[in-house]
Design a protein around this ligand. Structure first.
Ligand code: V47
Length: 376
């Protein structure tokens, strides 16, 4: 019996007339459209949808769950953008405003190297006092001293800001960073592409269209990138599905996205604290399911980011479509600024335990998803 028939049998257990067209499309590997995405978001049949997402995950990436031994270097919290969903940014005059020097950053990279870190995740904020040579030197020196470490650095938003401040093109910025040793780019700053949402939450940031153009430019230069989506604030179901479809359209053209990371909103310590409750576990799992089902055939790696989901829900997300668990995440500051109660970092043994506990095979990966080590 084929595996889609076995899946069909399970699905019949949770029978749901409204989801029949989606079930048919998924089992025959046809792409879902905007109405399918909205129907998934409106449905409460979590077991059925989870079974479908898990089926698709098995067909596309198998039983391995990748994780990175990674360290975050959040080089500054002084930011011109002042997004309403952010708890991390500071004014230059705030007591806890900071900017790391190149020496401090190199010291951290050295510590990371000693620990066996494979991926440095370097992001910060839009700090007008930092000029392009700071970023170029940072990447160049880390790459020179620690050439074996993957450098995943700077969101599309930071890239646009560097280009604007330096008076050069985005392409020139990306090219010079790649020449300096940049391996790939994180997917931050995507938020939700909707103009309506961006006007209310982050009017100082590049538009959704500009974010996508910068990623297209990076992909054209051979820089792989990730993509994110911040959900659980003022966005509508249509805006969520539209975000995923726009990513799919670009991926069809470039094939440059290596992973998709849904980011669950944490309102604490932000301007939205008093008006918005954080997403429930049910919503978090639905977004993981939706991501797997909408992006199948386009972006294979769906990341469960335990810093935002919590370790236990991130583990369960592995049964609902996720295949990548991020990561050891040493020294993350952006989400921790919301007062989140997740651990400071997870040792490799704990990641392996979570993955094995979900019945899957842990695989340590590089920043570009090559296998470092398989833990049977
Ligand atoms: O761009 C900001 C989001 C992003 C909050 O590419 C918030 O591998 C929730 O992009 N609650 C930064 N989210 C994190 C990020 C990321 C994380 C892990 C892996 C990768 C990757 C990328 O965090 C920001 C923004 O979208 N964010 N504030 C908040 N209060």
């Amino acid at each position: 019996m084929g595996s889609s028939w076995k899946c069909r049998g399970l699905i019949d257990l949770f029978s749901d007339k409204e989801l029949e067209p989606i079930i048919d499309k998924v089992l025959s590997m046809r792409p879902l459209d905007i109405d399918d995405g909205i129907a998934i978001l409106k449905s409460t049949n979590l077991f059925l949808l989870g079974t479908l997402a898990d089926y698709v995950r098995r067909q596309t990436v198998g039983e391995n769950v990748t994780f990175a031994f990674n360290m975050h270097i959040d080089y500054t919290n002084i930011c011109d953008s002042k997004c309403r969903f952010c708890a991390y940014y500071r004014e230059p005059t705030d007591n806890d405003a900071y900017t790391m020097s190149l020496e401090e950053i190199l010291k951290k990279a050295g510590e990371a190297d000693k620990m066996g870190v494979q991926e440095l995740h370097i992001v910060g904020a839009l700090n007008p006092d930092l000029d392009f040579s700071f970023f170029e030197n940072m990447i160049e020196q880390i790459h020179t001293f620690y050439p074996q470490m993957g450098i995943k650095a700077f969101t599309a938003v930071e890239i646009a800001y560097m280009a604007q401040n330096e008076g050069i093109t985005v392409r020139e910025v990306l090219k010079r960073l790649k020449d300096a040793g940049l391996t790939c780019m994180p997917g931050g700053g995507a938020e939700i592409f909707s103009k309506r949402v961006r006007a209310q939450l982050c009017p100082g940031k590049v538009s959704g269209e500009q974010w996508l153009e910068i990623m297209e430019e990076a992909h054209a230069l051979g820089i792989p990138t990730n993509a994110t989506m911040l959900y659980g604030h003022i966005e509508t179901p249509v805006e969520i599905v539209d975000h995923l479809l726009r990513l799919r359209n670009l991926q069809r053209k470039t094939r440059g996205f290596q992973a998709f990371i849904p980011l669950s909103f944490h309102p604490q310590n932000t301007k939205l604290e008093s008006s918005i409750l954080e997403p429930t576990g049910f919503e978090d799992l639905k977004i993981i399911i939706l991501s797997r089902l909408m992006l199948t055939g386009y972006i294979d790696n769906i990341k469960a980011y335990w810093i935002m989901l919590g370790e236990k829900l991130a583990q369960i997300a592995l049964l609902y479509g996720a295949n990548d668990l991020d990561g050891t995440v040493i020294e993350e500051r952006i989400t921790h600024a919301t007062g989140t109660v997740t651990a400071e970092y997870l040792p490799v043994e704990q990641l392996i335990n979570l993955i094995k506990g979900a019945g899957r095979i842990p695989v340590e990966r590089t920043a570009t998803y090559d296998v470092v080590k398989l833990y049977r």
